[in-house]
Write a protein that binds this ligand. Structure first.
Ligand SMILES: *Cc1c(COP(=O)(O)O)cnc(C)c1O
Length: 418
């Protein structure tokens, strides 16, 4: 994109020119419209506390920040209306081509992907049936097979379609649990237990002619996971847009088989009388998701890992004088698979518990959120936790914030050790 001639270029040119001429104050109309273009700080206006996110991609903390290029693409899209159906279709085709799958749909987050994907399995080949969900599904296939250990807080998004879960534990049970009503086999990619592997899950489902879904919402990096699971044979895979991919927080990806993605779009906004009408994705989020896929594919696993490890080590280096303190850098196995800093110390020498430390950091200025596994068990996906553990999530920190976190931690722990 050309720099000169854009609105932004024009405003920064006029600002510089006017400032040079000392004319800023004499031309209030220019100054006011320039301010509007930059955006008012509504956090400040509303009195909302901005935080330093040393936790990770948690929705309750508004998760990731879109990279500048993605934010710019969102701002540019906001300037123009378009036809939604064309935008959805072309965005989907572009993403599918970049992520090496048959088809793709930008949805309102992975939870929305779960609902739309389930609806797709229930209604594929029968568009009229979409309005039967969720209450009148007795004429449709409505049983979803899942491993007992894969039941999780997000499966409500699947139940929203009016289905019933059939739980299995062994491979034999799985094979024998198919009925004429089986509509989908669901897999939770980051589950920490469960006897049946991804490959077995796909193989058995396909032998029975049933589509299978993999929820990999939080499971990038590695970047290649964006195609690993569709290539493995999963008919549908969903990812959060606003976690590791760093797209809009209210966007996500549903990837997979062409007929199923088409059926998922029937239940999506703007279509009324569907389970997905409330999961609207605006043009800004659709474009933002496409731009985020481009941005994420321009990164490298090694580059991201090295940067996060450097941040963790920089913080640890600041804490090396704290008595009894030890640290390790841990990369969870599947979800949030990036370096996290894990800190432990003898609480008879450093007399603040990890939970107290996290509360002090939260109450301070700037306000810092440590990873919610800090001081707690069970810990957040794949991380250690517990009463004696501080977990610093470094991957969502903005440039320079690692040093602020390091200084605050050092201050609080040093004082507690005195
Ligand atoms: C975060 C998450 C979701 C929900 O993702 P959203 O994009 O916030 O809707 C679903 N499943 C799993 C496993 C997740 O980690």
């Amino acid at each position: 994109m050309k720099k000169t001639g854009t609105r932004r270029g024009f405003f920064s040119w006029t600002r510089n020119a006017l400032a040079a001429a000392g004319a800023m104050r004499a031309t209030p109309s220019f100054a006011a419209s320039e301010l509007a273009a930059q955006g008012e700080d509504y956090y400040a206006k509303l009195g909302v506390t901005k935080i330093i996110n040393a936790a990770g991609t948690y929705t309750a903390l508004t998760a990731s920040i879109m990279p500048a290029k993605v934010q710019a693409a969102v701002a540019a899209a906001a300037n123009h209306p378009a036809r939604l159906a064309e935008l959805q279709q072309k965005a989907g085709e572009y993403i599918a081509q970049r992520l090496q799958c048959e088809a793709a749909l930008v949805c309102a987050g992975a939870a929305s992907g779960l609902t739309l994907g389930t609806a797709a399995c229930m209604t594929v080949g029968n568009r009229q049936s979409v309005s039967l969900l969720p209450q009148e599904v007795s004429s449709l296939k409505n049983e979803v097979i899942i491993q007992k250990d894969h039941r999780y807080s997000y499966d409500h998004a699947i139940s929203n379609c009016g289905i019933r879960f059939v739980e299995v534990e062994t491979l034999d049970q799985y094979d024998n649990s198919f009925t004429p009503r089986t509509v989908m086999c669901h897999f939770f990619n980051a589950a920490e237990s469960g006897q049946i592997s991804r490959e077995q899950w796909v193989e058995v489902a396909h032998r029975h002619g049933v589509p299978c879904f993999n929820d990999a919402a939080a499971d990038v990096p590695p970047i290649s996971n964006l195609w690993n699971y569709t290539k493995m044979g999963f008919d549908l895979v969903t990812f959060s847009g606003g976690k590791g991919i760093r797209g809009p927080q209210n966007a996500g990806l549903l990837l997979g088989r062409k007929d199923l993605i088409e059926a998922a779009s029937w239940s999506n906004s703007p279509h009324d009388e569907t389970v997905g009408r409330g999961m609207k994705v605006a043009k800004e989020q659709i474009i933002g998701m496409v731009a985020a896929v481009d941005w994420f594919l321009s990164q490298s696993d090694a580059g991201m890992e090295a940067e996060f490890r450097r941040r963790a080590e920089r913080i640890a280096a600041h804490l090396k004088d704290i008595p009894t303190l030890t640290h390790e850098i841990i990369v969870p196995a599947v979800a949030n698979a990036v370096p996290h800093l894990v800190i432990r110390y003898d609480q008879t020498r450093v007399k603040k518990t990890p939970l107290e430390v996290s509360e002090i950091l939260r109450a301070g200025t700037p306000s810092i959120e440590l990873n919610p596994s800090t001081g707690r068990k069970p810990a957040s996906a794949g991380l250690p936790g517990g009463e004696d553990t501080i977990v610093v999530g470094v991957w969502m920190l903005q440039p320079g914030e690692d040093l602020i976190v390091a200084r605050r931690l050092r201050e609080v722990l040093q004082k507690a050790a005195a």
